[in-house]
Design a protein around this ligand. Structure first.
Ligand SMILES: Cc1cc2nc3c(=O)[nH]c(=O)nc-3n(C[C@H](O)[C@H](O)[C@H](O)COP(=O)(O)OP(=O)(O)OC[C@H]3O[C@@H](n4cnc5c(N)ncnc54)[C@H](O)[C@@H]3O)c2cc1C
Length: 465
């Protein structure tokens, strides 16, 4: 490690490496500082599978056309309008070059599988998944002369003008505190979802029962540092994206395999054995993100998905085996629930399933209940055919929305919308500028790739000026 770099990038995920590539292409000396170990490098990016980009005609792994307007309409739908139209459309337009830029840096696309035609037009999958993407990117980075140091979380920044007086980054390395100077800094350190104490400010004790689907290293330290230095905050600090995950999963870093998509084909009960929300509102991918938040609001942040053998093959296979029993009573006992309460709930539900519906996974079907306080509006089938099946569910947090405000050059803004001197941000730490609510598959990698590239390029140009 040298004492001074043109560009220092904090974080080791997709946004960081994309920034590093562009800064290096522009001729800057580049250091990437990663809090994690080499094995755990690249935060939540290691868990990803695909990226979304606009394209006119077949491009990269994608077929057909996905226009700016259609992409933006999809974004509006998931965010309910909580986005900045200029930045969002800018991101979408910039995403078009990813079809070629990513393979130019080593990524191989996985050709679309049969039956995923819908996704093949909007989402490009990486061959080998996020881990392969990251390993490839790190190899490319090494060849380009980008330096990386691991296990060195940045714990403070002395901010100066960045040019004549470089910034100083303070790290907490395994060999003790160290510093390095930078003419420009790119903050690409993810959200703060792994910081249960911070989440606890809004959720109290409940936060200790949240499961964090991704890296334990995204503690929001850099976000906190720059907010304390007067950076403008964007996004709702209380909100996060969360899905239902298997309660038997590890509390951190379970990745994609712990997600459970069982809810629409089951009834979901809380720790008292009572239903608490319409399980049949919609199906994956539109509704699945709602269940994380609903479970987070239940006592002890736990829920249980209960169904019978008719529903056994309607959802994606689970990482942990289903709990199975020959009676609802026995299943409730296995799940640690009051059997009488669960039997009563199931009986009441069964008595209100409207007979004669045609179960159909491919649409909002006509299988529903009538007369319950909380109806199930689709895919409602009686629970009466053994074996009975259950899964314990926890809220699995994917990412937080709260972040640093930026302009079109990825410069971090202060509260008067003036750029902080030579401080840039990319990826999850600034995604709240574009994604104020909801989520759209593949868009996290779009934001990281597009804004990483902009931040790296701009940081290098300024540092070398
Ligand atoms: C299970 C799962 C599956 C997902 N699947 C997809 C998908 O298929 N497609 C998609 O588009 N999105 C997906 N996402 C979202 C996606 O992972 C993120 O949007 C994206 O990876 C964010 O990239 P990033 O570089 O901003 O952050 P990250 O990849 O999380 O990287 C942040 C990095 O910062 C480091 N860091 C944190 N604090 C410090 C510090 N103080 N000092 C130094 N380093 C620090 C961390 O160690 C980490 O390496 C998924 C998320 C999860 C959890």
């Amino acid at each position: 490690m040298k004492p001074l770099y043109d560009v220092v990038i904090v974080g080791g995920g997709n946004a960081a490496i994309c920034a590093a590539f562009e800064a290096r292409h522009a001729g800057a000396s580049v250091l990437v500082i990663e809090a994690a170990t080499p094995f755990m490098r690249a935060g939540n990016s290691r868990h990803t599978r695909n990226v979304r980009y606009m394209h006119i005609g077949d491009a990269g792994a994608m077929v057909g056309t996905y226009t700016e307007d259609e992409f933006y309409a999809d974004l509006l739908q998931v965010t309910g309008g909580e986005t900045d139209e200029d930045l969002a459309r800018f991101t979408i337009r910039q995403s078009a070059s990813l079809a070629e830029w990513m393979p130019a840096h080593g990524i191989k696309w996985q050709s679309a599988l049969k039956g995923t035609l819908q996704l093949a037009r909007t989402n490009a999958f990486f061959l080998g998944g996020g881990k392969a993407l990251i390993n490839t990117y790190y190899e490319t980075a090494a060849k380009m002369g980008i330096e990386v140091i691991y296990e060195s979380p940045v714990v403070d920044v002395t901010m100066r003008d960045g040019m004549e007086h470089p910034h100083t980054l303070h790290m907490d390395t395994k060999d003790g505190p160290k510093t390095v100077d930078a003419k420009a800094i790119v903050v690409a350190s993810g959200g703060f979802e792994a910081n249960l104490e911070w989440l606890g400010l809004y959720w109290g004790e409940a936060a200790n029962n949240f499961f964090i689907r991704g890296t334990p290293y995204n503690t929001g330290k850099m976000l906190r540092i720059f907010l304390d230095k007067g950076a403008k905050a964007v996004g709702n600090e209380r909100e996060f994206h969360a899905v239902a995950v298997d309660a038997r999963a590890p509390q951190f870093d379970g990745g994609i395999v712990t997600r459970l998509d069982t809810v629409p084909f089951s009834i979901a009960v809380n720790k008292y054995g009572k239903r608490f929300s319409d399980e049949g509102v919609d199906i994956w991918p539109k509704r699945y993100a709602v269940w994380g938040g609903l479970i987070a609001r239940q006592d002890d942040q736990i829920a249980y998905s209960i169904m019978d053998s008719k529903a056994a093959n309607t959802f994606m296979p689970s990482a942990f085996p289903a709990m199975k029993a020959n009676s609802v009573h026995e299943l409730a006992k296995m799940l640690g629930l009051d059997p009488e309460a669960v039997v009563e709930t199931v009986t009441e539900y069964n008595n209100h399933v409207v007979p004669g519906g045609t179960f159909d996974l491919t649409k909002l079907d006509d299988c529903r209940t009538e007369g319950l306080e909380i109806e199930k509006t689709h895919w409602a089938q009686t629970i009466d055919t053994p074996p009975f099946i259950g899964y314990p569910l926890r809220p699995g947090i994917t990412f937080t929305y709260y972040g640093l405000g930026v302009n079109e050059c990825a410069q971090v803004l202060d509260q008067q919308n003036k750029p902080l001197p030579n401080i840039y941000a990319a990826g999850e730490v600034m995604s709240g500028n574009i994604l104020g609510r909801g989520y759209m598959a593949g868009f996290g990698m779009t934001i990281g790739s597009v804004w990483g590239r902009i931040a790296g390029r701009e940081a290098a140009q300024n540092a070398l000026r």
